[in-house]
Design a protein around this ligand. Structure first.
Ligand code: URA
Length: 448
């Protein structure tokens, strides 16, 4: 039996840990023998010292084996999921899962809660009254069979080490670390019974990997791990220099997603959702190329099938579909406060990470493990990068029940927008495509 203090010391001093040492640490943590403060110290040491490639693989494998690998062989078809490394206003999963399921590809999706300054799909789904994200494995299979998609959180059976560690990383500033992200994402994804995986690796101010170079490195490592486990895995590096879409918060993001499922064209959100969705439909064997898969996804939207699928999924998981059909039925925040621009010009930057942090200040995310979230809290932008903005014009609305937090966030939001006197052309949203054959720029759809 190894001593956790010894393993923490070794990592602190930059040494690589062996499989038995990592195993003892992870198993001990799940059992409760390694204390939260010891795991916090280990995570911080890893944040500074990193892990070797071999250690990252072992770490991922141990996280995966802390629970079960779900058997979905009773569900016909190739099962495909997508996972994002996390962003601000990243509501892609809410649009994508029903859209891809409507194309006939089963989507078993296990998501997380808010992490660091980013939002989490689970918190968004739980903003829908009654929506159950805690299902037993039998219920998980049952919903997938009935609806063609299922959206849940980790259970005690699915990578429980990640479930515990994820919550701890969220409140110990240990998120932005490549091996920890790789282990966290891939352990969950490899456990959920999929055949193929699409990864959305974000880059930019609002992403954990700010530089494109680091995002590509992470994408390559995630693809390599997936491939090694026999799952067809592809990744896209996508931009996170502004919130995706307009809404940042839980319920307001659900509303925006439903609007998109009903045909609203929020360009950046729908571009990312359609490209990732196209890749999922192709990997699911229902299209001969990503391009063709993208066309099927667009059809699923305009035909209304994707929207119907989301209503069906919500109802099947215990959620109330009435406020999805009519958002006016949802409780309103006590305060909705306009944020006006301090200057005129073209929007050349958003402090995206800071906007994510401000949404947490409003109550949309957690500062401590056991904090609750307020589904009504959030920020809705009125403008995107490159848009013209006049001094005194409203560019965002802050929503909260907490008046003091609201005033603070309104003042801070004014500093989150940068204007230029020159036209500003926003950068492309989808930067790279990565698969087992390497990295390619993403310019036009890839025909396979
Ligand atoms: N998503 C995850 O599931 N884990 C991370 O560490 C980052 C994003």
């Amino acid at each position: 039996m190894t001593n956790p203090v010894e393993s923490i010391r070794k990592k602190r001093d930059g040494e690589a840990l062996s499989r038995p040492e990592l195993e003892e640490l992870i198993r001990g943590y799940v059992r409760g023998d390694v204390a939260e403060y010891q795991m916090s110290a280990f995570l911080m040491a890893t944040y500074f010292r990193g892990m070797s490639e071999e250690e990252t693989l072992v770490f991922t494998d141990l996280m995966l084996k802390s629970g079960e690998v779900i058997d979905l062989s009773s569900v016909p078809g190739r099962k495909v999921d997508k996972h994002s490394t996390g962003g601000v206003g990243d509501k892609v999963s809410l649009v994508l899962a029903p859209m891809v399921a409507a194309c006939g590809v089963p989507v078993p999706m296990i998501s997380g809660r808010g992490l660091g300054h980013t939002g989490g799909t689970l918190d968004k789904l739980e903003a829908i009254p009654g929506f159950q994200t805690r299902l037993t494995l039998d219920e998980y299979r049952g919903v997938l069979l009935d609806v063609g998609a299922v959206m849940v959180g980790q259970t005690a059976e699915i990578a429980p080490a990640d479930r515990k560690m994820y919550a701890l990383r969220d409140v110990t500033a240990t998120v932005e670390c490549l091996p920890l992200i790789a282990g966290s994402i891939m352990s969950k994804k490899l456990a959920e019974g999929i055949d193929a995986l699409v990864l959305d690796v974000k880059t930019g101010d609002g992403a954990f990997m700010e530089s494109e170079e680091k995002a590509i490195d992470l994408a390559q490592k995630l693809v390599a791990i997936g491939t090694r486990y026999g799952k067809q895995t592809v990744a896209f590096v996508t931009e996170m220099d502004q919130p995706l879409g307009f809404a940042v918060g839980n319920w307001c993001e659900v509303v925006e997603s439903v609007e998109c499922l009903r045909g609203r064209k929020v360009r950046d959100l729908m571009e990312v959702a359609t490209v990732l969705g196209g890749a999922m439909v192709w990997l699911g064997g229902k299209a001969s190329s990503i391009d063709e898969g993208m066309r099927y996804c667009s059809t699923a939207i305009w035909s209304g099938k994707a929207y119907e699928k989301f209503l069906q999924l919500t109802a099947r998981q215990g959620g109330d579909t009435a406020p999805l059909r009519d958002p006016a039925l949802y409780p309103r925040p006590s305060y909705s406060i306009d944020v006006v621009s301090p200057a005129s010009g073209y929007i050349a930057s958003f402090a995206t990470r800071q906007i994510g942090i401000l949404a947490i200040d409003l109550g949309a995310g957690r500062k401590k493990i056991d904090d609750g979230v307020d589904p009504k809290a959030g920020i809705v932008l009125k403008k995107k990068l490159g848009d013209r903005l006049e001094k005194g014009e409203v560019f965002a609305v802050v929503m909260t029940d907490n008046q003091q937090a609201g005033s603070h966030v309104v003042a801070e939001m004014q500093k989150c927008v940068g204007v230029s006197q020159n036209h500003f052309q926003p950068p492309p949203r989808i930067r790279r495509y990565i698969d087992a054959n390497g990295v390619r720029p993403w310019t036009t759809p890839i025909i396979h």
